[in-house]
Design a protein around this ligand. Structure first.
Ligand code: ADP
Ligand code: MG
Length: 631
């Protein structure tokens, strides 16, 4: 008999355990789902490793999970004859939290118990869910292939530490005994346990067995027969024909797979036969996972080859912008010993990926075209910005993805929540309108309130209001849609409107406008690259635009925020000749006064653009001076 060693939990584990124990009661039964999912993973791993090393099966043909309980002792026992763990693996997997997600998990807790408990599984901390129902957990495990004497027993009461002991275990795999808390008797019940198993784990691909009990008429209670029976279907759900599966079965499998508490938005199930043979079962979740924008996020696809589990997080099976897709791909054409490296440049994988992407895009397109596209709107809310990455990342599907894009627009009173598609925009375009107009800004209200929209509003021309970080990149890659060019309303070149405005001008007007711009330009030539009279304003006196061919001001600001050096560029100042302030400026002859007013117009235009002023105090001084003059 070896000595018992005591180890302290990593700090994060302690925090987490505390949380489980004290806060997460509302969804307690998920402990079983988590443990079964681990057992199933362990069986998957054994099956995979035994392909190249038959000795690991230790002569046991059947891979299975058993579940039993003991009313007197108040324990639940779950066993699997899977891969098991070495002592070091126990320490690494169960005493520490290898996954950096845990810290994030702790940070993202809302304090709302129901909500928080649903988050648990997503963060890869499933095992600790045992402590929701147990005040002591004993895990005995032996790595397949090790000698019987080399098993490890881990015991913890879920407080600060756990003990480790080397013990004997004749069979490979893991046995977990949960010593239930006082008020957890509900789980010491055949019916209840079976029900949890079939609800959450029916489609785990291994049999889950429980001891069969029968009604004893004399004793008037259920009595154990001592025989095991299989309680779940144990068929890999994706191998079954669609017609035989219910939505509920699809949803439950999704929840086991993703640890999500909600049903998915959609499932897409396909069996492909022919030159390439594979089955894919893909899910689109309802809610974005917490790590959607993390670099070290996990991917959601599991790869199987001929029913044998190969790997999780198979990122080669989906492009980055589809990282939210969850599911399983089971291929008949890949070798069982396929590695991540092989996946990276494999024709079979490429074909499966492009077909899967197409299926997801087609499904989304279908959702988006539904009469009442509520589901699609909900999807867009959660994943819209990720789909935008697709325009940049996935050249082959650019048009399809562009069709999925949704933007806020002036047509909906500028409301951020109501969005339009590019197609809807085109359908509403004025007969003489050639371009799709948009504006980018840091926030929705900055976009909706921009002076650049004045003329468009007056002419009742719709403008898309873009205010997500990625939008500026998006429009630099998506230059046209259905033959219509996308054009920024802040672009220097709005000839289509200028020509029209100039048509009705007398020669004299033209000359006086030229004189005005020359005058202003001379006054502030060191700050602007040009001064023009504009057609784009109706209410504001002035605005700034980037010179043709140069980076937009919004893009320049974003680059700066990202720490990139942006070459200083002087804006073009555009003046509204019909505005009282500009008219007044035109009457001045005193040079210093012209300069003050020109600066004042430039600075307020810059503010309206969302730019920082270099000398805000001077702007205020100038403004106050002007106010004093009118008092
Ligand atoms: P996750 O399953 O997301 O990795 P868990 O907390 O559920 O997180 O489990 C932690 C780790 O403990 C697993 O990744 C696995 O390595 C190990 N483990 C848990 N249960 C078993 C088991 N029954 N057999 C073998 N290893 C297990
Ligand atoms: Mg797990």
């Amino acid at each position: 008999m070896s000595q018992t060693e005591t180890h302290a939990f990593q700090t994060e584990v302690k925090q987490l355990l505390k949380l489980m124990i004290h806060a997460l009661y509302s969804n307690k039964e998920i402990f079983l789902r988590e443990l079964i999912s681990n057992a199933s993973d362990a069986l998957d791993k054994l099956r995979f490793e035994s392909v190249s090393n038959d000795a690991l099966t230790e002569g046991e043909a059947e891979l299975a999970i058993t579940l039993s309980y003991d009313k007197e002792a108040k324990t639940i026992t779950l066993t699997d004859n899977g891969i098991g763990m070495t002592r070091d693996e126990v320490i690494a997997n169960i005493g520490t939290i290898a996954n950096s997600g845990t810290k994030k998990f702790l940070e993202s807790l809302s304090g709302d118990q129901a909500k928080d408990s649903r988050l648990i599984g997503q963060f890869g901390v499933g095992f600790y869910a045992s402590f929701i129902v147990a005040d002591k957990v004993t895990l005995t495990t032996r790595r397949a292939g090790d000698v019987a004497q080399n098993a490890t027993r881990w015991v913890s009461e879920g407080e600060g530490d756990y003990t480790l002991e080397t013990v004997e275990k004749p069979t490979k795999g893991t046995e977990i005994v949960l010593h239930l808390k006082e008020d957890m008797d509900e789980f010491l019940d055949d019916y209840r346990l079976k029900n949890i198993v079939t609800t959450y784990s029916d489609h785990i691909s291994f049999p889950i067995k429980m001891i069969k009990s029968e009604w004893d008429a004399e004793a008037k209670e259920m009595k154990s027969t001592g025989e095991f029976e299989q309680v779940n279907k144990a068929t890999a759900i994706w191998t079954q024909p669609k017609s035989e599966l219910t939505d509920e079965e699809y949803n439950n499998f999704y929840q086991t797979l993703s640890h999500d508490y909600e049903a998915p938005l959609a499932h897409i199930h396909n069996k492909v036969e022919g030159t390439l043979e594979y089955t894919s079962l893909l899910y689109i979740p309802k809610k974005a996972p917490f790590d959607l924008y993390d670099r070290d996020r996990r991917y959601g696809l599991k790869l199987y080859v001929k029913r044998v589990y190969i790997m999780d997080d198979a990122e080669q099976l989906m492009p980055t912008y589809m990282r939210f897709v969850r599911g399983v791909i089971d291929s008949n054409d890949l070798p069982l010993n396929v590695s991540r490296e092989i996946l990276q440049s494999n024709k079979v994988v490429d074909k499966i990926r492009s077909a899967s992407v197409k299926r997801v895009l087609d499904h989304l397109t279908k959702l988006s075209k539904e009469e009442d596209a509520k589901d699609y709107e909900a999807f867009w809310d959660q994943f819209g910005n990720v789909i935008k990455e697709g325009v940049i990342e996935d050249f082959a599907n650019k048009d399809k993805i562009a069709g999925l894009l949704r933007f806020a627009s002036t047509a909906n009173d500028g409301q951020a929540q109501q969005r339009v598609s590019l197609q809807a925009y085109i359908d509403r375009m004025k007969p003489e309108q050639e371009h799709i107009y948009y504006i980018t800004a840091d926030t929705h209200s900055a976009a909706a309130g921009s002076p650049h929209l004045e003329m468009f509003r007056k002419k009742d021309i719709e403008v898309l209001l873009l205010s997500d970080r990625i939008d500026e990149w998006l429009v630099s890659h998506l230059t046209e849609f259905e033959g219509k060019k996308l054009k920024s309303v802040t672009s220097a070149d709005l000839k289509e409107f200028e020509e029209e405005a100039e048509k009705n001008l007398s020669e004299e007007d033209k000359k006086s406008r030229e004189a005005l711009t020359e005058k202003v330009k001379a006054a502030i030539s060191d700050l602007v690259s040009d001064v023009k009279v504009t057609a784009r304003l109706t209410d504001s006196p002035a605005c700034v635009v980037s010179p043709e061919g140069e980076m937009s001001a919004h893009m320049a600001r974003m680059m700066e925020q990202l720490g990139q050096s942006v070459p200083a560029q002087k804006p073009v100042l555009e003046l509204n000749p019909d505005h009282a302030l500009v008219k007044k400026l035109d009457t001045f002859t005193d040079e210093s006064k012209i300069k003050e007013w020109s600066l004042f117009l430039l600075e307020q235009a810059q503010l309206a653009e969302g730019n920082q002023l270099e000398k805000p105090a001077e702007f205020i001084k100038r403004m106050n001076q002007l106010l004093i003059e009118v008092i």
